[in-house]
Design a protein around this ligand. Structure first.
Ligand code: SAH
Length: 268
């Protein structure tokens, strides 16, 4: 059987939204289902982290709307993105909302789903490879490991001022049996490290910082909680994902602070 036959869902009628995870950057790390959605799209709303080469999968005449949000430069407010999704679907189009990594992880998916549900628009969420998994794969470490880490926690290093909801108790994240995967964390790494040390984590707790995971420009830096602040100062190659915890120890072969370029395992 052709692998293309696995998704047996009939093609949806017009007026439908797919919220697709583009994966961490490499074009071949999107799912087959995500590719199929792109190949049927009339309009794609995309942002910075999704590889722009993926747009080549779309049919001729497909409309592309850039709605990226780099830190501090909100080019399209979330309400506007919600409005566009609903308006294009109501106009009878097949819409793809393409998001970096996995849409359910720090992707403002909840707000978009709420808008679609309120408007009665049919949708499907298509998962993707999230940055934490891509970074772990790049570094050759396991996020959970028998006897070493029985939890992997996805946490944001960036908390918007005035954001709604309970503030996170960062000291409480210092669980020895958990691996911390920090998204959007390079600028605040020094502060987070201080909070984890105050919460009881050992100063020599190892960590990795993986920039551009899955891309040819990928780099991996190693350090410890004690050296984290200093290490973070040097980081200009973002996006970067920080993995903190004992599972990163096998990567000690690289000396602390040193960065290295890893050739992708399957180039081309
Ligand atoms: N939905 C995305 C996360 C969006 S938040 C996902 O599932 O991956 C954006 C953060 O993701 C960045 O600040 C960075 O911490 C991380 N990130 C995204 N792509 C990355 C990549 N290729 N390498 C390292 N980190 C990445």
């Amino acid at each position: 059987m052709s692998p293309l036959m696995f998704n047996r869902k009939p093609s949806p009628a017009a007026g439908y939204v797919w919220l697709v995870g583009a994966g961490p950057g490499a074009v071949d790390l999107i799912t087959m289902r995500g590719r199929k959605a792109l190949s049927q799209a009339d309009v794609v709303l995309h942002d910075d982290l999704a590889n722009p080469e993926l747009l080549q999968i779309c049919p001729a005449g497909c409309e592309f709307l850039y709605v990226g949000k780099r830190a501090g430069q909100h080019s399209a407010p979330q309400d506007e993105i919600n409005r566009l999704l609903v308006a294009h679907a109501r106009a009878g189009r097949r819409v793809v909302r393409l998001k970096g990594g996995d849409p359910t992880v720090f992707g403002r998916l909840g707000e978009e789903l709420q808008a679609l549900r309120s408007a009665g628009i049919a949708f499907e969420v298509v998962p993707g490879v999230t940055a934490a998994c891509a970074a772990a794969a790049a570094a050759g470490v396991s996020l959970t490991q028998r006897g070493l880490a029985s939890a992997a926690v996805f946490v944001t290093g960036h908390e918007c001022a005035g954001k709604a909801g309970p503030a996170l108790d960062r000291e409480a994240l210092a669980q020895p049996g958990a691996t911390l995967c920090v998204y959007m964390g390079t600028r605040s790494l020094g502060a987070l490290a201080a909070q984890l040390l105050a919460g009881g984590h050992a100063p020599d707790t190892p960590l990795l910082i993986v920039s551009h995971a899955s891309l040819p420009s990928q780099t991996i830096r190693t350090g410890t909680l004690e050296s984290a602040g200093e290490l973070a100062c040097d980081i200009t190659d973002t996006p970067a994902l920080i993995i903190i915890g004992a599972v990163t120890a096998p990567n000690r072969a690289i000396s602390p602070g040193q960065s290295r370029l890893q050739e992708p395992a399957h180039a081309g």
